[in-house]
Design a protein around this ligand. Structure first.
Ligand SMILES: NC(=O)C1=CN([C@@H]2O[C@H](COP(=O)(O)OP(=O)(O)OC[C@H]3O[C@@H](n4cnc5c(N)ncnc54)[C@H](OP(=O)(O)O)[C@@H]3O)[C@@H](O)[C@H]2O)C=CC1
Ligand SMILES: O=C(O)[C@@H]1CCC=N1
Length: 273
């Protein structure tokens, strides 16, 4: 069957998924995006030639998949206001919202099955990773369809316990921001030690790219790869000793825990009523 995917929300993540799908060969005529902000729609139309509408109901009319890409705070209103229509057409609902439980979305949708997932922004370049969760209402066909869509823009995996989605969000959903911060910090450090901004940026970005690529391709663990860079009595050892002495691991672990806690808190604040 030819898919018709309606994106509700054309912001950062909606755009990343649309861009990634089109780069992987999706036919733009299969994608429609709804967003209240006209310049967002104009930019998506100009860049990807997808159909754009300002009204969510128009977007879902002929869709067999509705991909919910609005902020968690908007999700209940968005889904509830589409309930009557989607109960008639019965599309597969896929939510990428942080925190919000599949059962809550399902209830707001009048009982339709929902695949909850957590992609990340590198989906835009086709190298994202998405963890998916499905409860018992979701059929094998629903699972296969969700996996096909998210799998077009990167790796996919399923988690069996919904509570794991909070951790997933903290690791891979938010994760690109941690790596971007590291790039920013390397760049700033290079500049403060006298490199020009261009040189510092290029060194930081290329190093992140090369390291990520190497970690992806290598059969060695990240720890082994790190050790291979760290010559005894050398420069890397000096840097890593400083980081370890200042509790970099504990700080990082606490930061990731804070993200996971926020995901769980979003579910409580915005759902389950
Ligand atoms: N950013 C990321 O890296 C990731 C985000 N997510 C999840 O994706 C979702 C979207 O995040 P993100 O793209 O960053 O957020 P953005 O704010 O960039 O995008 C959300 C878009 O939805 C639009 N919008 C607001 N209200 C409605 C509505 N009623 N109907 C249709 N569209 C609406 C917004 O318009 P306007 O700006 O005018 O309000 C905006 O363009 C969130 O739930 C987030 O948890 C998941 C993985 C990664
Ligand atoms: O920061 C957020 O809440 C969203 C979810 C994961 C990435 N961005």
């Amino acid at each position: 069957m030819k898919q018709r995917i309606a994106f509700i929300g054309g912001g950062n993540m909606g755009r990343s998924l649309i861009g990634g799908l089109i780069a992987k060969g999706a036919d733009p005529s299969q994608l429609v995006v709804a967003d209240p902000y006209a310049p967002t729609l104009q930019a998506l139309q100009a860049q990807y030639n997808v159909q754009t509408v300002s009204n969510n109901a128009d977007a879902v009319r002929d869709a067999n998949v509705v991909l919910l890409a609005v902020k968690p705070q908007e999700l209940r209103n968005v889904v509830s206001s589409l309930q009557e229509q989607i109960l008639r057409t019965r599309p597969l609902l896929i939510s990428i919202a942080a925190g919000i439980l599949a059962t809550d979305i399902q209830r707001w949708a009048g009982g339709l099955p929902v695949v909850r997932c957590m992609p990340n922004r590198p989906a835009m370049q086709g190298c994202g990773v998405t963890a998916l969760y499905a409860n018992e209402l979701v059929t094998e066909a629903n699972r296969a369809l969700a996996e096909q869509i998210l799998g077009a823009v990167g790796a996919t995996l399923w988690v069996e316990r919904e509570t794991d989605m909070d951790t997933v969000t903290a690791i891979s959903g938010s994760g690109p921001a941690y790596f971007f911060l590291l790039i920013e910090m390397l760049e700033a450090a290079g500049q403060s030690l006298g490199l020009s901004p261009d040189v510092a940026r290029k060194l930081a970005v290329e190093t992140a790219y090369g390291s990520g690529f190497m970690a992806h391709e290598s059969s060695d663990s990240p720890a082994t790869l790190r050790q291979q860079v760290t010559s005894k009595g050398g420069t890397t050892e000096a840097a890593l000793k400083h980081l370890e002495a200042n509790n970099v691991r504990a700080i990082f672990s606490q930061a990731v825990a804070a993200a996971a806690q926020r995901s769980a808190q979003l579910a409580k604040e915005l759902g389950s009523t």
